[in-house]
Design a binder for this molecule. Structure first.
Ligand SMILES: *Cc1c(COP(=O)(O)O)cnc(C)c1O
Length: 451
């Protein structure tokens, strides 16, 4: 009997959930989802949830989107998987052809993996090997921003800079050149991100002067440092990075795993800067949140440095069993079918203005709201203890977590990053739902702050 079965109990008997202190589940049981539709999820008791975090930022066009579901159903009866070395299939070929037409100029060679972190590992290894084969064996280091997030595997964690995820593993990690990231909310130069000159780029300049020669690649989350608390910085920073990377013969790797596919209001965050990276990692929105897949896209120049007789040993000997999985490719092609004519992005862009205005109106005047920041439909509200000094709440109060729990009771999934409450909804969210989720978030925030 489904109704009487205690799914949450049984879950806890077996499952070790990701990124969780399992003891927290004593108080907050796992929510067992039965089905989804659009931006809504429904649990086994029939309770409805607004998924305004896109199920970890990957759901792009709603749960159980009919177009994507149909595409996968059709594919599963034709071909579920095939080895991707020496073999190929139409879905992958078609996907790359389509992506090459919309990606920033010069990105034209596609290397498939099955999750975001794996594509980051690919990028780091590929860059290292490129320089080695191009006669620069001294280029062995990587550069990244403080507060960066690039995934959880050892290489990806090494270039990441969020202590919560990496601190304990430090002895296992690579030594990375860390560049102080832009911090527009607490800008040390007293500027505003809308019109600054990226004065903070001096940190990058110093790092390149000291380490540029021995650096293979610089990796960034363009415009939006997601896990850092949805920190937003200006496109000018990317332009400057492009220039300095060229000067020092350093690859620029764009981690667009979170920012790609319209999250920032354009198809890719790099589109805001009008420059191209040497490599771009895509995942999350790539399959609309349906199937695990990632792609590292790179240039002809980098590809050519690996192209030689087999015995020269120049091949990129990296693979994953599920590379280029046909089911994932069918989902990714369906996402492009939906987004191709630009109407989804146009509507999302218009709604983004409405959404941000509403959030500003509701939250900006609260005494503990330090900043409301936004890009595309992503909106973040940073709560602080003191608005003037911008001092944070003590982490052990877990203010964000208290708000998260309250909002869950009311059927809204917020999952704050520390004390940063954010919305990163599917692009198809409508205005009525925006009204509702911001009302609930406001109510819960006020209750927790008052308590
Ligand atoms: C999620 C994410 C990753 C890691 O992707 P996984 O599929 O979770 O391994 C890397 N970089 C960024 C910016 C991300 O948001």
């Amino acid at each position: 009997m489904e109704m009487t079965e205690n799914w949450a109990e049984k879950d806890l008997k077996y499952i070790w959930h990701p990124c969780s202190q399992m003891k927290d589940y004593e108080e907050l049981k796992p929510i067992v989802i039965d089905h989804g539709k659009g931006i809504y999820l429904y649990d086994t008791n029939g309770k409805k949830y607004y998924d305004v975090i896109s199920s970890w930022w990957c759901n792009l066009l709603g749960h159980c989107n009919p177009t994507i579901s149909e595409a996968i159903k059709k594919q599963v009866d034709e071909l579920e998987h095939v080895i991707f070395a020496n073999f190929s299939h139409k879905g992958a070929i078609r996907l790359c052809e389509r992506l090459s037409k919309i990606l920033p100029e010069g990105l034209c060679k596609f290397n498939f993996s099955d999750n975001g972190s794996a594509s980051i590992e690919c990028a780091l290894k590929m860059s290292f090997q490129y320089h080695y084969q191009a006669g620069h064996p001294e280029k062995v280091k990587f550069m990244s921003l403080t507060d960066a997030y690039h995934g959880e595997t050892i290489g990806a964690l090494s270039v990441g800079g969020v202590d919560l995820y990496s601190k304990i593993y430090k002895p296992m990690l690579m030594d990375v050149v860390r560049v102080q990231a832009p911090d527009c909310f607490r800008c040390p130069y007293g500027k505003r991100r809308e019109n600054c000159g990226c004065e903070c780029f001096e940190h990058a300049e110093k790092a390149f002067q000291a380490h540029g020669r021995e650096t293979a690649a610089m990796i960034v989350e363009p415009l939006l440092q997601g896990s850092a608390g949805m920190k937003v910085y200006p496109p000018l920073y990317l332009k400057k990075l492009r220039a300095i990377c060229d000067e020092y013969n350093v690859h620029l790797i764009a981690d667009e795993i979170a920012t790609g596919y319209g999250r920032t209001g354009k198809m890719f965050a790099f589109d805001h800067a009008n420059v191209s990276p040497d490599m771009m990692c895509l995942s999350k929105g790539l399959t609309g949140g349906y199937m695990p897949m990632s792609i590292l896209v790179t240039t002809q120049k980098i590809y050519d440095a690996f192209y030689a007789d087999y015995n020269s040993g120049r091949a990129f000997m990296h693979s994953h069993t599920y590379s280029g999985n046909p089911l994932a490719c069918s989902a990714a092609n369906a996402v492009l079918d939906i987004m191709e004519d630009g109407s989804v992005l146009n509507t999302a862009r218009e709604n983004a203005v409405y959404f941000n205005n509403m959030i500003m109106e509701k939250f900006a005047s609260l005494k503990n709201v330090g900043e409301v920041r936004h890009i595309g439909l992503v909106n973040a509200i940073e709560l602080v203890k003191d608005k003037t000094s911008k001092e944070s709440f003590a982490p052990k109060l877990r203010t964000g977590y208290q708000i998260y729990k309250k909002a869950l009771q009311k059927g809204v999934i917020l999952r704050p990053l520390g004390d940063v409450i954010y919305f990163n909804p599917p692009l198809i969210i409508n205005r009525e739902d925006m009204d509702y989720v911001t009302d609930v978030a406001l109510e819960c925030t006020k209750e927790v702050l008052a308590g």
